[in-house]
Design a protein around this ligand. Structure first.
Ligand code: GRG
Length: 266
């Protein structure tokens, strides 16, 4: 668990969680006690999904975050259990460590965590991804691809942004606007990820480059071409930013993160 969680990574999900919450709290202390446990929990869930995604029965990869994957170092049984344990630890962490928040809001966040992981979240998105991998890439439509990535990638960015806002005291209409922001940057994140897979080296990415092409996987560059994929990432980011208009200047950190998501190099 420690090996994969502390292996590095950009920490984009906890940063999004804290940046979203910062719009609604008055002090760093409040941010720390109300929101930090959820920010950490989202990174635990994300790390679990990477450990399981790398398993031989899933994506079968041997490099992640610049290091040998969990199952390569510890064996498959331990990697499965480390992922499972990170998952249960994430729920416990939020329930046990969140302080000075109305319990109803903590339960709401815990419910959203469950939903983000289950059949209409990570597990469902991953299953659809594996199902589509079994088909010729040309039979996978843009609609299929969007469905997969809304459920497999955007879902965790949405969990990060909304749980930060809820725990920090955002009103329901504010949470709704942030949900729209997060779904669009989540999709943009995946379009950027697909572009990086074909434009960056293994060293730059810290994971195997060119994997999608080698496995004949349907991706945004494959369906749209590289140039149109870049435009699609920009269109989604612009759409996401529109949802932040009601927050004015307070949304600056989230706006900057939206730009980072499509301009990153790994
Ligand atoms: C066990 C219930 C259960 C579900 C797991 C394996 C799985 C189901 C889902 C896989 C989800 C997955 C790995 C999606 C890819 C998302 C993605 C683009 C990850 C890369 O994220 P970065 O770039 O990675 O933020 P770092 O390393 O920087 O954190």
């Amino acid at each position: 668990m420690r090996y994969s969680l502390l292996a590095g990574g950009k920490r984009i999900r906890p940063i999004l969680c804290l940046a979203s919450a910062e719009m609604f709290v008055d002090s760093k202390e409040e941010l720390w006690e109300k929101v930090m446990p959820a920010a950490v929990a989202v990174e635990m869930i994300h790390t679990m999904s990477l450990v399981h995604d790398d398993l031989p029965s899933m994506d079968n990869d041997d490099l992640r975050r610049g290091k040998p994957t969990n199952h390569v170092v510890y064996g498959e049984e331990t990697a499965i259990l480390a992922g499972d344990a990170l998952l249960s630890e994430s729920f416990q962490h939020v329930a046990e460590r969140t302080k000075n928040v109305d319990p109803g809001k903590v339960v709401d966040v815990i419910m959203r965590m469950g939903k983000a992981i289950g059949p209409t979240g990570l597990a469902g998105g991953q299953l659809m991804d594996l199902t589509c991998e079994g088909k010729p890439a040309d039979d996978v439509t843009l609609e299929d691809l969007r469905w997969i990535h809304v459920h497999k990638t955007a879902v965790l960015l949405k969990l990060a942004v909304t749980s930060g806002a809820i725990l920090a005291g955002a009103k329901p209409d504010e949470v709704k606007a942030l949900e729209e922001f997060a779904t669009n940057i989540g999709l943009a994140f995946q379009v950027a990820d697909d572009i990086l897979d074909v434009t960056q080296s293994t060293e730059e990415l810290g994971k195997t480059a060119g994997k999608d092409m080698d496995t004949d996987k349907a991706t945004f560059p494959r369906l749209l071409g590289l140039e149109e994929s870049r435009k699609e990432a920009e269109r989604l980011t612009a759409l996401a930013k529109e949802s932040l208009v009601p927050f004015g200047e307070r949304a600056q950190p989230l706006l900057a993160l939206a730009d980072f998501i499509i301009n990153r190099s790994n």
